[in-house]
Design a protein. Structure first.
Length: 445
C-alpha cells in the first residue's frame, strides 16, 4: 500500500479525478453510504425516546433530509466539486467559513466509518464468537481502504452490488417480520422520557440517513454531473425513506422496542435485526445465520461508500491549501486520492479503540448538522450574491424548503448540545483546534 501512495507525480495531468460514474452507480453510492443505519445504531435511540419519541424525531429528521437533499442537489449541480459543502461555503461565505464547513464534513465522514466498523465486528462476533470485534474492524479498514485506492470505478461497482444485496436483505427481513407485526407492540412503554426523549433520540434518527450528501463529493468523477447528480440524489432519498419506515416498524412491531435494544443478558446491542428475528417462533438457525451473513452487506456498503466520500473530502482540503498539500495528491496510476484515504484510515482506527459506538455516532452527527446548517446558509447566500450562476437543477418551493432544513438542523444541534454536553465540547473543541491551526499556519487571504 505504501508503494501505491508514494507513486505519484506533481503534473497537472495527474491531479485530476477520472469521470466514470453514471446515475445507477450514484444511486448505489447514495443508498450505500447510509444503508448500514438501517441495520444498527438507530435502535439506540429507542432507549432514549421509546417508539413514539424516536418515531417523532425520525419524522422531522426525514423532513429535514428531503428538503435539504433537494437544495444540496442544486448546489452540487451548480458547483460540481469533490469538496462538496466546503466548496459551496467557500464560494458563498468566504475562506474562513468554507474551512469550517469542510472540517465539519471531514469529521462526519471520518467518524462515521469507525461506528460502522464496530457494527461489522459485532455481526461477525455473532457468527464466530472467537473473532474479536476490534480485530475484524481493523481488518476491514485495511481491506476497503486498499479497494478505494485501486480505483473509483472498481469501488463504485462493488458498492452497487453490495448495496443491491443489502436492500434485498431488508425487504426479506420486513417480509419475514411483518406477518408477526402487532400494533400494540408499538405502544409498549412508547414514551418513557416524554418530550425530552424526542430530543435525546435525534442523533439516532439522523443515523438513518447520515452520509447521503456524500453523493456530492463524487461530482468530479461523475459523467454529466449536472444531470446525473440530480437523479442520484432523488432516487437514493426515496429509497432510504421507504427502507427506514419499513425497517423501523417491522423490527419494533415484533415484540416491542426493548426487544431490539437489549440482548438476552440485558446489555445494549448493536444488532437489532437479529434480535427481532429471534422473537419470531420457529425460526431455524440456518435462516437466522443466513440473515446475519446477508446483513453484513449493509454494513460493508456504508463502510466502503463513506471511506470513498471521506477520501474525496480530505483530498479537496489538501488540494485547496486548507490542509497539508500531501493530502491533495492523486495517484497517477489509479487516479484516486490514496494519501487522503490512508490518512483517514489512521484516524478511524484510533477512534475504533475508544470502544464507544454511540459516542462516535453522536460526534459524526454533530459534524453532519454543522455541514447542513452552513450549506443552507450558503444556499441562501448564493441565491442572493450569484443569481446568474447556472443551476441545471433548481429545488422547488424556495425559500420554504431551505428554511425548513435550516430550522430543523439548528434545533437538532442545539438539542444534541444540551443532552450531550461532553460530546459537544469534544466536537467544538476539535473544530476550534483545527480552525486555530488553519488560521495560524495556512494564513488565508
Amino acid at each position: 500500500m505504501a508503494k501505491l501512495v508514494l507513486d505519484w507525480k506533481d503534473g497537472q495531468e495527474d491531479s485530476k479525478l477520472e469521470r466514470s460514474l453514471g446515475p445507477l452507480m450514484l444511486w448505489g453510492l447514495g443508498v450505500g453510504y447510509v444503508i448500514s443505519g438501517m441495520y444498527f445504531g438507530w435502535n439506540l435511540g429507542l432507549e432514549k425516546g421509546g417508539t413514539l419519541g424516536l418515531g417523532i424525531a425520525t419524522f422531522f429528521i426525514m423532513l429535514m433530509y428531503v428538503t435539504f437533499s433537494l437544495c444540496y442537489t442544486e448546489l452540487a449541480c451548480a458547483i460540481p466539486k469533490a469538496g462538496g459543502a466546503f466548496d459551496y461555503a467557500d464560494r458563498a461565505l468566504g475562506r474562513h467559513l468554507g474551512f469550517v464547513a469542510g472540517m465539519a464534513q471531514i469529521i462526519e465522514f471520518v467518524f462515521a466509518p469507525p461506528a460502522i466498523a464496530f457494527g461489522i465486528g459485532a455481526y461477525f462476533h455473532l457468527l464466530f464468537p472467537e473473532l474479536p470485534v476490534i480485530g475484524v474492524a481493523v481488518f476491514c479498514y485495511f481491506a476497503f481502504t486498499l479497494l478505494n485506492i485501486l480505483g473509483v470505478k472498481a469501488s463504485a461497482s462493488f458498492e452497487l452490488f453490495i448495496t443491491i444485496v443489502a436492500v434485498v436483505e431488508l425487504l426479506i427481513f420486513s417480509g419475514f417480520t411483518l406477518p408477526h407485526f402487532q400494533i400494540e407492540n408499538l405502544t409498549i412503554n412508547s414514551f418513557p422520557n416524554g418530550i425530552e426523549g424526542i430530543f435525546m433520540a435525534i442523533p439516532f434518527a439522523i443515523w438513518f440517513f447520515l452520509g447521503l450528501e456524500g453523493i456530492a463529493n463524487v461530482a468530479e468523477e461523475t459523467i454529466n454531473p449536472q444531470k446525473n447528480i440530480t437523479i442520484g440524489f432523488a432516487s437514493a432519498m426515496f429509497t432510504l425513506a421507504v427502507l427506514a419506515t419499513l425497517t423501523f416498524s417491522s423490527a419494533v412491531g415484533v415484540a416491542g422496542w426493548e426487544a431490539v435494544v437489549f440482548d438476552a443478558d440485558g446489555n445494549i446491542s448493536d444488532s437489532p435485526l437479529p434480535l427481532a428475528i429471534k422473537h419470531i417462533p420457529a425460526v431455524s438457525d440456518v435462516f437466522y445465520h443466513l440473515l446475519i451473513w446477508i446483513g453484513l452487506f449493509g454494513f460493508v456498503a456504508s463502510f466502503n461508500g463513506l471511506l470513498l466520500a471521506a477520501g474525496r473530502a480530505t483530498y479537496e482540503f489538501g488540494r485547496s491549501g486548507n490542509a497539508p498539500s500531501f493530502l491533495g495528491k492523486i495517484n497517477p496510476k489509479f487516479k484516486t486520492p490514496a494519501v487522503a484515504l490512508i490518512f483517514n484510515m489512521a484516524i478511524g482506527i484510533i477512534a475504533l479503540f475508544t470502544g464507544k459506538t454511540g459516542d462516535i455516532i453522536t460526534i459524526a452527527t454533530f459534524g453532519a448538522l454543522s455541514l447542513y446548517i452552513l450549506s443552507m446558509i450558503s444556499y441562501f447566500q448564493l441565491k442572493r450574491k450569484m443569481p446568474e450562476l447556472e443551476r441545471p437543477f433548481k429545488a422547488p418551493f424556495y425559500p420554504l424548503f431551505p428554511t425548513i432544513a435550516l430550522v430543523i438542523a439548528v434545533v437538532a444541534i442545539i438539542s444534541m448540545s444540551v443532552y450531550n454536553p461532553m460530546l459537544a465540547a469534544i466536537f467544538f473543541g476539535l473544530m476550534a483546534v483545527a480552525f486555530g491551526a488553519y488560521y495560524l499556519f495556512v494564513k488565508p487571504q
